[in-house]
Every structure is written in structure tokens, then in C-alpha cells.
Design a protein around this ligand. Sequence first.
Ligand code: DON
Length: 312
Amino acid sequence: MKSLPSASELQALVDNTYQQFHALPGGENASYIPYLASVPSDLAALVIVTATGDIFQAGDCEYSFAIESISKVATLALLMEDVGPETVREKIGAEPTGLPFNSVLALCEHQDKPLSPLVNAGAMASVSLLKADSPEERWQRILDMQRRITTGKLTLSEEINQSEQTTNFHNRGIAWLLYAAGNCFCDPMEACEVYTRQCSTLVTCRDLAVMAATLANLGENPVSGEQVMSAENVAPLLAEMTMEGLYDYSGDWAFEVGLPGKSGVGGGLLAVAPGKLGIAAFSPPLDESGNSVRGQRMIAEVAKALNLNIYR
Ligand code: DON
């Protein structure tokens, strides 16, 4: 394997890429969750964490924002530990939907089976399939995994959680559809409530880069040194990210950038270069698929400069 450039070259790459693209025009903050509409649109950050734990960063790296859909990665990692990847595939799926992340049509077309644990329906099904005897245990296990796969300091934002729990009617509808079809494995409102909480934790761009680097490092967090998931579960997790990590843009992202990734409507985006490094970017304005406009561009430029495309 070709080694990475020197530390000073990596820092220069992060600085230059951030400078060039952190103010790129286009996109809008998510507005269907009131809190997200109020986040300053000009915030931006770019971070690389290598598989050996070295960190290179630029921009608003200390700013904490809502993890949103990137939480689906941590929950899926935990679920694979609980039931194994084959059960995840059998009960939830491993296919792209080709439709938006909260699509009811995608469910209707597939007998209300989610197809992917990384869309809202599949994420609620994942939450419901976790081993837990109470809603509180279900939530604490997810929060614990979010902490172990990042840097250990994540907390729930009561403000974001309140904003989401009082507006998540569409997701509640999806949870009931799943339940009616036998594809929700606990009380559907418990699955929706805990899923909504898992989206409402606060992360920094550096936290997300550590998460990506943990996946790049076969499940061992390179900053804490902890093995947070089994090495053999990393490949199926990255495959799910390739299929659906950027929703109905996942195919284009694979074509253009060639790295498993995951986005959130809070403006976070991460990508994994297996064996090498994790990259994360943050910038609130989103495109039509719900992916950060500047985040995509910054990560694509870093991937190109370092020749990280896994299909090459
Ligand atoms: O469930 C929702 O709609 C949000 N809590 C999360 C969606 C999301 O992040 C989709 N991402 N691009």
C-alpha cells in the first residue's frame, strides 16, 4: 500500500481545501426540523484522522452540531454486534432504495421492508432490533456506542431533541407502517422516539472524522485504542454505506469519489478510506438529497488529491 504524504503535506491539503471550498455557494439548511434552520449557514470544517490517530483539521472544528443520520452508522455497528450482518440483511436489507431518506413510496414498493438500515425506516427497524429490555436501555446502548466510536464526549441536546420529537410526525407514520408489516421489532413509538433521540446528539467535525477513522482501522478507534466493533463487521457496514450513505445520490457519489460515506441533515458528512484514514466535513447548506454541498466538495477534493478512490 502506498503510504500517505507527510504530516505537513496533509495539514496543507486540509488548509487549502478548506480555504478553497468552505464558502462555496449553493444549498440550504434543512428546515423541516426547526432547530436546523437556525444554525449559521457559514460555519464549515474539514478534518482528516488517519488510521493511526493523527489529526489534521481546519475551520470550525470545535463547533457542535446535530449528528442526525450519521447516528445510523453507530446504531448499525451496534446492531451487527448484537445479531450479526446476515440477520441485518435478512430483516432490514442491503439494497439502495434510489429514493429520498424518508420515502414512504420506497416502503410501499417493497412490502414495507426498509431495504437499507441507513434510511429512516431501516434505522428505526435497526433501533427496534437492538437487544434491550427497556426504552432507556435501548437509548443508553446507542449513546454508549456513539461515544465509543467517536471521542467519548457526546451528549444529547435537549433543544434539538425537543425540536425533533415535536415535529417527527412523518417518521411516526413510517414506524407504524413497519410495525403493521412485522418489520418493527419493538413498540413502534419506542423505536421512533429512541431513533429521534439518537439523531439529536451533538458532535464536532472531529468526532465524525474519528468515527470514519475507526471504520478505516477495522473497528479499532485509533484515538482511544478501543476495539469498538468486530473487524469482520466493518466490510458489510461499509457496503451498506456505499449503497445508501448519501441516499439517492449514493450511486453518483460512488462513481465520482469512490469512498463509502454517510451524511446527516445537520450538515455533517464523513467518508472512509479503508486502511488509511477517515475524512469528515461540516457545512449546513444541503442539496436536494439532504447532503452537505460544501462537505461533499471538500471531501471529494481530498479524496482526489490523495488518490483514495477504492475502485481505482
Ligand atoms: O429523521 C430525520 O429525518 C432526521 N432526524 C435525520 C435525517 C437525516 O439526517 C437525513 N440526512 N441526510
